[in-house]
Design a protein around this ligand. Structure first.
Ligand code: DX5
Ligand code: ZN
Length: 229
């Protein structure tokens, strides 16, 4: 069955795998290559076992790109920090339905909207889609994790394609982002399952030519000619 979504295919490089000493250069390279957004992975060392970057880096990137900044909060208390990221220049702010302090996701979503930003809800590979479904009408996007969050360059978990498929059949117009292990090899399967926003970190910035890698991922997603996952 073809689950052709009514939504456009977008490719969204994750700067977690970029060269942090040359962020502006790396962002400019993928912007020229047609990136649709820049994905920013924020980790607090508590919700996930890794610490990455905070609002100061978002602010620095805001100054060097006009692309939307898609800020993925992998943190215990998204409500507490959403304002800092909003003021730093985030456009989309995603938080996890599993975040321990986000016991009332609708409230966090309202808070992000009140900041003038686009809220999105993320779910881990082992979280049932039922957990996010009630909030879908309130958000701009659902982020389906295709690895357990915390680190770049992990292997794509094919079982999450079922989450994307289910969301796509229930919500034909929803922006569905897939994040983790996306590459030229896995992009077509993700797109075919209904994910239309493809995040890729190591497959883009770990490649010798990030611009070519981005174009290859987009081409693979659009061709539908999937390698296996
Ligand atoms: C994982 C992050 C991802 C990650 C993607 O915790 O949310 O965005 O950086 O990296 P790759 O594409 O290398 O799996
Ligand atoms: Zn991410």
């Amino acid at each position: 069955m073809k689950t052709e979504a009514m939504v456009a295919t977008r490719v969204c490089p994750s700067i977690l795998s970029a060269d942090f000493a040359h962020l502006a250069r790396d962002v400019a390279a993928v912007e020229r290559a047609g990136a649709d957004m820049i994905h920013v992975d924020v980790m607090d060392g508590q919700f996930v076992p890794n610490i990455t970057i905070g609002p100061v880096v978002v602010k620095a990137m805001r100054a060097v790109t006009t692309l939307p900044l898609d800020v993925h909060l992998m943190i215990v208390d998204p409500e507490r920090y959403a304002g800092d990221f909003a003021r730093a220049g985030a456009d989309l702010i995603s938080f996890h339905v599993e975040a321990p302090a986000a016991t009332d996701p609708a409230r966090v979503i309202r808070h992000i909207r009140a900041l003038g930003k686009r809220p999105a809800l993320a779910l881990n590979p082992d979280t049932p889609v039922e957990r996010v479904e009630p909030f879908v009408p309130l958000v701009e996007m659902v982020l389906v994790m295709s690895v357990f969050p915390g680190f770049a360059a992990q292997r794509f978990i094919p079982a999450v394609l079922e989450q994307a498929r289910r969301l796509r059949s229930a919500f034909p117009d929803l922006e569905i982002e897939i994040d983790g292990g996306v590459s030229e090899r896995t992009a077509a399967a993700a797109r075919e399952a209904g994910a239309n926003v493809l995040v890729a970190g190591s497959a883009i910035f770990g490649a010798p030519d990030p611009a070519a890698a981005l174009r290859a991922i987009r081409a693979a997603a659009l061709s539908g000619a999937g390698g296996g996952v």
